[in-house]
Design a protein around this ligand. Sequence first.
Ligand SMILES: NC(=O)C1=CN([C@@H]2O[C@H](COP(=O)(O)OP(=O)(O)OC[C@H]3O[C@@H](n4cnc5c(N)ncnc54)[C@H](OP(=O)(O)O)[C@@H]3O)[C@@H](O)[C@H]2O)[C@@H](O)CC1
Ligand SMILES: Nc1ncnc2c1ncn2[C@@H]1O[C@H](COP(=O)(O)OP(=O)(O)O)[C@@H](O)[C@H]1O
Length: 374
Amino acid sequence: MAGIAALTAAGAVEVRIVAVDIPSGLCADSGRVLGREGRPAPEGRGVIPADLTVTFHSLKPGHLLADGPRLCGAVEVVPIGLPAADSPLALLEAPDPALLAKAGFGHKYSHGHALVLGGGRGRGGAARLAARGALRMGAGLVTLGVPPAALPENAARLDAVMLRVLADADALTAMLGDGRLNALCAGPGLGLGEREKALLAAVLEAGRPALLDADAITLLAGDEGLRARLHAGVVLTPHEGEFARLCPGIASRWRAPAIAGPAFSKLDAARQAAAELGCIVLLKGPDTVIADPGGRAAIHAAVRDRAVPWLATAGAGDVLAGMIAGLLARGLPPFEAASGAVWLHAEAARRFGPGLIAEDLPEALPGVFRALGL
Ligand SMILES: NC(=O)C1=CN([C@@H]2O[C@H](COP(=O)(O)OP(=O)(O)OC[C@H]3O[C@@H](n4cnc5c(N)ncnc54)[C@H](OP(=O)(O)O)[C@@H]3O)[C@@H](O)[C@H]2O)[C@@H](O)CC1
Ligand SMILES: Nc1ncnc2c1ncn2[C@@H]1O[C@H](COP(=O)(O)OP(=O)(O)O)[C@@H](O)[C@H]1O
């Protein structure tokens, strides 16, 4: 291996590298580069990047997570006659159109009513993006609940999304007396004050399907009592920074140098967090992992033909939060809502292509639905 590395580095010969199963030095369970005891591998080095990786029977997490996609090159899976195993790990594919289609009968309340909690004056963009994402996913109604000071600016910006003033947590609890509000979304642009903490407590107290993102995750990270109220109907969607705030112990295991395989992976991190917190954890990134408290997990790898680098744009995660809340409102179970939305989110970005900004994502969804045959 050192010889090949020297030749390619010197440009002495043009070699095409084919790895069998996984490039040597790359952990097949985590996609992380393995170092040696006392000498952890520096980022991405210690493995010769392959042009092609040929693997057998099925993909492994290491082909999809962390450095794996970059170091494996193109990946070919060769069947070797083994039966398909019943695995608690799925590679996300397009959601079943039957789950997304609207039946020809029914009215708007048959498709659920999502409530998105908005932030204070001048901070409303993220929640409006989430609300629009929820509505485009087919929730029958979407209401944005905002503090009194933020009413005028939101009223000037919203049409199909409905608007309500929510002064405080008591007002939220009163509003939730309407049982038709069947999915809640809190976090995007919410704020981190006492009012917002009390709103989050009321959201969790209601026990309804709920999507918690951004500031809601930061609030959970700082409050043991709130964390204890998480339940199986909650989906948390942290990016890596929010995850480190919420689960510092797990994050430091995940960030520690990888010495030997199986190295602690993003999949392990999401699964452990879901088990500890008792809810769905969707850990975002080019490699997105979704895990439930029982160990079920799915990976969506935005790599190779599904690469969507233009998703790295402010507000993309806020739209995803709303999309998941929209599917929760439509009655999908939390794991299915999270998985379906992740695939559709990336697909919307793929269809739009370069130049994508967050506002474009909800608008690209009708084209994605049409292509799925809805
Ligand atoms: N249009 C709008 O209105 C928008 C409004 N928004 C709203 O703003 C609020 C703040 O949300 P936020 O995510 O921007 O900031 P915050 O919670 O401070 O965390 C960021 C820090 O975490 C770290 N970090 C590590 N890994 C990371 C990763 N993979 N992706 C991202 N960060 C990562 C990184 O630290 P570093 O690693 O660089 O030290 C970084 O500095 C929230 O309410 C949100 O909804 C935004 O959604 C944008 C559009
Ligand atoms: N390079 C990338 N490739 C694919 N998806 C990405 C990439 N970067 C970010 N994303 C996705 O974009 C979204 C960003 O969300 P987040 O970090 O919460 O941003 P924001 O808070 O600005 O909305 C997530 O769904 C994440 O998985």
